[in-house]
Design a protein around this ligand. Sequence first.
Ligand code: GRF
Length: 192
Amino acid sequence: MEKYPGKKRIAVFISGRGSNLKSLIKYSRKKNSLIKIILVISNNPNAKGLKYSTNSKIKSYGIKFKSKSSFEIKSLKLLKKNNIDMLCLAGFMNILSGSFIRKFSKPILNIHPSLLPKYKGLNTHLRAIKNKDKYSGASVHKVTEKLDSGKIIYQKKVKILKKDTLKSLEKKVLKIEHLIYPKAIIKFLTSL
Ligand code: GRF
């Protein structure tokens, strides 16, 4: 008998600190959560965030990144073997190839620290501060072959204050990232 009936089988890809992974694990453990995290993969075997999944007894793999294609072949095998329904990128600092996205063929979500479509790519906070933006925020979106351009599922903004620094803004945005990723997953899964 299936141990988690109805729950979607999720994999999470990370590269480093893993604070978003931590928040997803926390949500997945709630009785009424819609997901069960089955697998965590990092493209960096030393990623600190792997401790959250190993401590939670989730199958965790740090795959040494020799090339994009070898990483993608290995991780695709793991995703298929574990019957993963959806992949969540959480601080995964690598761009998945079109071939990977097509071969996996299930939804892939990503969290991005800006109010997309503003500031795709890196250094989002620096760009927001330099441009004297009044707001920043975070977005959860579907991953497509075009970087940070898939459909936006959930977004939340934060005010940028005059006294904000790169560090304080990053901290503020990260806090809302932890809040919105589970919300975006619920919104996405209940809209299928
Ligand atoms: C987050 O700001 C995420 O949006 C970005 O990288 C950071 C990763 O943080 N892509 P963590 O590893 O989840 O703590």
